[in-house]
Design a protein. Sequence first.
Length: 405
Amino acid sequence: MTSPDTTDAAAFPAGGSLTEPFREAIVEAEKLIATADFIVDEHDLADGYDYLSGSIAACLQLSRAHGTSHPYFVSSTGPYAKMGLDNPDTLYYHANIEAGAEYLITGVRGSTVDLSFQVLKGDYTATNVPGGDDAFDDRRLEIASDGSYQLRFGPPKDDPGPNYFVLGEGASTLAVREVYGDWNAETKGRIRIERVDTVGTPPAELGVEQLRKRYRAAARALVQRVHTWFNFPKWFYLDLPVNTFTEPRLTPGGLSTQYSSVGHFDLDADQALVVTVPKSDAPYQGFQLGSRWYISLDYSNHQTSLNSAQAQVDPDGMIRMVISARNPGIANWIETTGRRRGIMQFRWQRVGREMTAQDGPRFELVPFDQVAGLLPHYETNRIDAAGWRARIADRQRGFAERMLA
């Protein structure tokens, strides 16, 4: 018995191969990765191919969750399918929705420092940041003493009751962010979504044509994903002087309660960027490095990020960090992991006031051997090899608990 010839048109349903558009999209995306103008070494290229594999998996998964008749929350970006300079401290979820329908969200608030919701219109593309119809954190919710809550999104009502939010025209996505401070102590909450008029009924069975549309949608999403995040650094980072930061500003396309300060680095092995920032009164303050693919560097096995709960704070209330390829022997070393160039970003979330230049970072580019002289509390900043290994072990364990919880 011989196997069927998969190249024979008769082996395919009417209309030809369902997967061919996605296979062609993989080829196109790989060409974009391989020819990126910022690749300077094998680190950059390997990062790109790893990014591609995660994007392939993510686009197939997200195309399966695209329907709005029976929505459910799916991971928007994560450690193995990164995009959009994912925050190492954040769990991202989203569900697809449509204006005119009503949705019930039921949850239990965990102990993380921030829980926020955002309704988006459209998608991120190579030329567009999606409009935010509404963006808020859980301070706008009524939450029971046991942490449980319900909220509804839907069309305008005369008497909607508490925790009801109107979906504007064109609403397409409900995004949820849960943000950690202490990875090893805080716990994530629980959340689910139901569409009120379809709950208790099954979705329509899929046919071949619906699956054909799914593969086409995944193909479009894959190429758009690569194009889009190539452009984000050009929009918001690369016109800035290298090894500097902007003053804190409301995050473009982000939450109404989030400020950010951004920059990009270019450091050789004998240089370091010393960054000093006040420990904020905002519940969340975080810093991270990203690659030129606009994704986080390895934050589980390396200290490529620090938030205000993890960082060593000096007696004067300042957090002093050293960004460098070589280890300066201090607790707040931020590792470039062999990458000469990349992205830098601060975030402040759940803010209760306008952030100013005084809240933002100061920075100085210096030869590596001058770092100690710029740290007024250097003796208390120092850490030995055993202490550093313990810090990384804490990160690995906190990451594992968060992902498995």
